[in-house]
Design a protein around this ligand. Structure first.
Ligand code: GCB
Length: 654
């Protein structure tokens, strides 16, 4: 990523690195402690959304350090210098006409002033400030007092700000955020700053940020920011796992409460009609559900995505008052098993016919956008897709909620993308990666739609440190969640991949006739068959084709098919599909097209306003390939599901 560096690029990194070190010392690498329940309103919890227009200032000073040196968090941002309006949630890159902001690297500052209801200022109440995600490194102050630091985009973080807002008469309360999008060999994803010191070719202090992943490094406050309340004694976390037989299901639960050791817990599980089907009490136990409605994937059942609702009620005596906290968690009852040839959901073979996506759109970049989210789910269902991988980072909780509700199956991937440099396999990187998996599992562990964790995409898994790295990372992931299989996505040759021995499912990406033998569609059957047979012979594990695809520029036609035309993309799909159809009778358990929609990348000679491998355009219009895929996915669904035909045609017109 080329960046105009207004002097002091070295300072930029000098500034970031001590901060990362400070966090490690302060406990950042100790791991994800405490719960991270999605903020939901309840009789005991109130919520205030802070989306809208925030004040914004990019620190264009030499070294990008002026904000810290002058302590911009100490006073209203507008008093420190010129501010502009910035929407939240959104990436900041594409909001203005300024190319310097589009490609900016370093610290940017956000600020919002908020009025809190008087009743939130009582001292038996907890006020929490929560960010769904902000990219990449965040420092947050409330009324000038630092409340939280967080490393990494794509995952939530929060801070209890009760003592600040309740102790200070300052109204409104001022939230200041400093965000830095610099990537280092030890961040996830990794990156590096390269200084261009040849004065005959580059201006003074010129630097670029190198990345080894193929999407634009959008930055900003990407997901909702909320303030919510709980009583001072509160339900901090809930973990559920489920098992089932024909006639009865078991929901094992664990609840943690913070703020007191003297409390009681009661739980009731309701079905979708609101009937209580099981009750329990205490911090851990098992609920038995007779004749359960299982959570089924889309197109596998006439009522997919069935969720019960677990109402957890906590009562505690504190300072002679009775405190009550209520949190309701959606629960899907389903099981997942992997054999040497199959992926079983509720004991039935599941074939992934789906997509890889990105959080990406015009103007808002990676910012959450409800219209886009709902449109995408309508397109997925139109397509007959039953699954997607969250390539290449965890998606918004709001998206995951809809996966749970619609029965869209998810391979949940962490931001371990572009791990190519040898130094990114060292202990420092590994420790951070372990923490990121802790944060991801803490967030998504209760989601029925999530059936597998992916710890990385296309790492340099042939390097010798990759063996220890993936052994440790996958063992840690399994220890955190023994109920789900774990994978990472490989493009390394089967014979030299050092991470593959540790995964449960082999996920392979290949681009025959595109990056290899470009233009030669005729090599696909041979090469793809060999790919599957080699992997299976080596590991006897089921295989997902986790990426395959070709760029097409919408409206570009050629017959016979030539690269970049819509016809070529279609022809390439068909060649792949004929091999999938043979191998899915054996051990191939899924196919995920690259990509659902066109998306923005860094500029380069192989990218035309971004990556064009979408079957939909970036604006969500179908290319010809979308119709090929739609026909195929509905055909597979019809062959394998037990839905009555009338139900299928009803779904077709959703
Ligand atoms: C890949 C990567 C993906 C790229 C894609 C491509 O292997 O996993 O992030 O966008 O190829 O189009 O090159």
């Amino acid at each position: 990523m080329a960046a105009a560096a207004p002097g002091g690029a070295a300072g930029l990194c000098r500034l970031l690195l001590p901060l990362l070190a400070a966090v490690t010392a302060a406990g950042g690498s100790r791991g994800a402690t405490g719960g991270m329940l999605y903020p939901r309103e309840s009789p005991s919890r109130e919520l205030k959304e802070l989306g809208g227009v925030w004040s914004f200032r990019a620190d264009f000073s030499p070294g990008r350090a002026a904000g810290f040196e002058q302590r911009w968090y100490r006073r209203p941002l507008r008093e420190t210098g010129p501010v502009i309006d910035m929407p939240v949630p959104a990436s900041f890159n594409d909001i203005t006409q300024d190319p310097n902001l589009e490609n900016y690297i370093g610290w940017v500052w956000y600020e919002k002033e908020v009025l809190l209801p008087q009743r939130w200022l009582q001292d038996d109440l907890r006020v929490v400030l929560r960010f769904g995600s902000a990219h990449y490194y965040s420092v947050v102050w409330v009324n000038g007092v630092q409340v939280v630091e967080h490393e990494g985009g794509h995952l939530p973080f929060e801070a209890d700000i009760s003592s600040i807002v309740q102790g200070s008469p300052q109204i409104p309360c001022r939230i200041t955020v400093a965000l830095n999008n610099t990537l280092t060999p030890h961040t996830l994803p990794p990156g590096s700053i390269e200084y261009m010191n040849d004065r005959t070719r580059y201006p003074k202090n010129y630097f670029v940020q190198n990345i080894r992943f193929d999407f634009f490094n959008y930055a900003g406050i990407h997901r909702p920011v909320v303030l919510y309340t709980t009583p001072s004694v509160y339900i901090d976390d809930i973990t559920v796992t489920t098992t089932s037989s024909e006639s009865v299901a078991k929901v094992q639960y664990q609840v943690s409460v913070v703020g007191s050791t003297l409390y009681s817990l009661s739980l009731s599980l309701r079905d979708q009609e609101g009937r209580v089907v099981a009750t329990g009490d205490g911090p851990a136990g098992e609920l038995k559900v007779p004749n359960p409605n299982l959570w089924w994937p889309y197109l596998m059942h006439e009522n997919p995505g069935y969720r019960y609702f677990l109402e957890v009620k906590m009562q505690a005596q504190a300072n002679e008052a009775l405190l009550e906290d209520i949190y309701t968690l959606p629960v899907g009852i389903r099981t997942v098993h992997v054999t040497s040839t199959q992926f079983l959901i509720n004991g039935k073979p599941f074939y992934f016919h789906g997509v890889n996506k990105h959080e990406d759109a015009d103007i808002r970049g990676k910012g959450l956008d409800w219209a886009l989210i709902v449109k995408d789910f309508n397109l997925l269902r139109w397509l007959g897709a039953n699954s997607f991988r969250t390539s290449h980072y965890p998606y918004a909780e709001e998206i995951m909620d809809l996966c749970d509700a619609y029965g869209i199956v998810v391979i949940d991937e962490c931001p371990g993308v572009g791990i190519k440099m040898p130094e990114s396999f060292g202990n420092k990187s590994l420790q951070h990666h372990l923490v990121v998996m802790e944060e991801l599992i803490r967030r998504d562990k209760n989601r029925p739609s999530v059936v597998m964790w992916s710890v990385a995409n296309e790492p340099a898994s042939e390097l010798s440190p990759a063996a220890y790295y993936f052994k440790t990372l996958i063992a840690h992931t399994k220890a955190l969640d023994p109920t789900r299989p774990v994978t990472f996505v490989s493009d390394t040759n089967y014979a030299v991949d050092r991470g593959a021995p540790y995964v449960d499912v082999i996920c392979v990406n290949s681009y025959f006739s595109w990056y290899h033998d470009p233009g030669h569609l005729e090599v696909i059957p041979l090469q793809l068959t060999a790919q599957f047979e080699n992997w299976y012979k080596t590991y006897q594990k089921p295989i997902i084709q986790s990426e395959y695809g070709a760029d097409s520029v919408p409206g570009l036609h050629s017959d016979p098919p030539l690269m970049f035309s819509e016809e070529y993309q279609k022809a390439m799909l068909r060649e792949y599909h004929s091999v999938f159809d043979k191998k899915r009778k054996e051990y191939v358990i899924g196919e995920l097209i690259w990509n659902f929609a066109d998306f923005m990348t860094n500029q380069g000679t192989t990218r035309v306003l971004g990556n064009k491998k979408g079957i939909f355009t970036r604006q969500r219009q179908p290319k010809s390939a979308a119709f090929v895929l739609r026909e195929r996915y509905w055909k597979i669904a019809n062959e394998s599901s037990c839905l009555p035909p009338i139900m299928k045609s009803h779904i077709l017109f959703l």
